[in-house]
Ligand binder design. Structure first.
Ligand code: AMP
Length: 285
């Protein structure tokens, strides 16, 4: 496995591979790998000749809260895990190389980034779509693989690639969970044992909603009420719901009745840690 730190070297390797007719896949990450990241690599591995995984904790997508400095990093461990997953190139560049002095160009997906996480994280998705555009231009992948845990991010990136005619297939892959159901996340390492227990409330809420919808419940309002009660009952550690949204899985428009396939997305703060989770509700299935 090659480790490439320079943007120019990465871009010239990709150009060379492209002229050789090789198929390139990219898995963009912020590192501190867990089984969720590895599942994306394993999927991508089978679909390309050159598998590139990028590690870049992108300052542009963080707010002023200090989360950027606090974000966990462990390149040594990531190297071992990536090598095991069959990665060809680990592209870990620096903020200086990505955003040299004078940088002033951004990419913004307008409507899809307004609701849900867009409400509490102004500028976040603009940072994401800008850095992903740069990664697409540098790595020139035929396919890029993302996790559906960040559903809104995947939707925005897919929209961006379509709207701007980027020649890359944007693939979304299922959420990988811990044994007890908690969606894997690099941020889970922040949780104290009590918070870790409280965090289970998110996934339990999704299961409860699925159960209610299967039983014929159609009202987001009533399900929200049950979810809020359930989450408060887990409240040995401080857990604060940021949003519970029942929305159209393509447009993210809020639904007032669950008749068709609906995305249920949740965000909550457990102590200082912000967690998200989601599932698709399919009435009648
Ligand atoms: P991150 O390093 O958190 O920016 O995530 C890098 C990629 O891994 C993104 O496409 C995420 O959606 C994806 N990812 C993160 N957690 C999971 C998970 N539990 N299951 C599947 N994919 C995930």
């Amino acid at each position: 496995m090659k480790i490439i730190k320079s943007v120019a070297r990465m871009q010239s390797l990709s150009m060379q591979k492209r002229t050789e007719g090789k198929r390139i896949a990219l898995v963009p990450t912020m590192g501190f790998f867990h089984a969720g990241h590895i599942s994306l690599m394993t999927y991508a591995r089978k679909r390309c000749d050159l598998l590139v995984v990028s590690i870049f904790v992108n300052p542009m997508q963080f707010g002023p809260s200090g989360d950027f400095e606090r974000y966990p990093r462990d390149l040594k461990r990531d190297r071992v895990m990536a090598e095991k997953a069959g990665v060809d190139v680990l592209f870990c560049t620096s903020a200086q190389d990505m955003y040299p002095p004078g940088f002033q160009t951004h990419v913004e997906v307008e409507r899809l980034t307004q609701p849900l996480c867009g409400q509490s994280r102004p500028g976040h998705f603009r940072g994401v779509t800008t850095v992903v555009t740069k990664l697409f231009n540098i790595v020139q992948p035929h396919e890029a693989v993302f996790g559906l845990k960040d559903y809104q991010q995947w939707l925005a990136i897919r929209r961006m690639a379509g709207d701007l005619n980027m020649a890359v297939k944007v693939t979304g892959r299922p959420i990988v969970r811990e044994k007890d159901g908690l969606a894997m996340s690099s941020r889970n390492t922040y949780l104290s044992p009590a918070e870790r227990k409280a965090a289970l409330g998110l996934q339990q809420s999704l299961s409860m909603a699925k159960y209610l919808v299967r039983k014929g419940e159609k009202s987001p309002k009533r399900i929200k009420k049950t979810i809020k009660e359930l989450i408060t009952s887990y409240n040995s550690a401080k857990i604060e719901i940021e949003y519970v949204s029942f929305c159209h899985p393509e447009t993210l428009d809020e639904r007032d009745i669950i008749k068709d396939k609906t995305l249920l997305a949740i965000a909550a703060r457990v102590g200082k840690t912000r967690l998200i989770d989601n599932c698709l509700l399919s009435p009648g299935e």
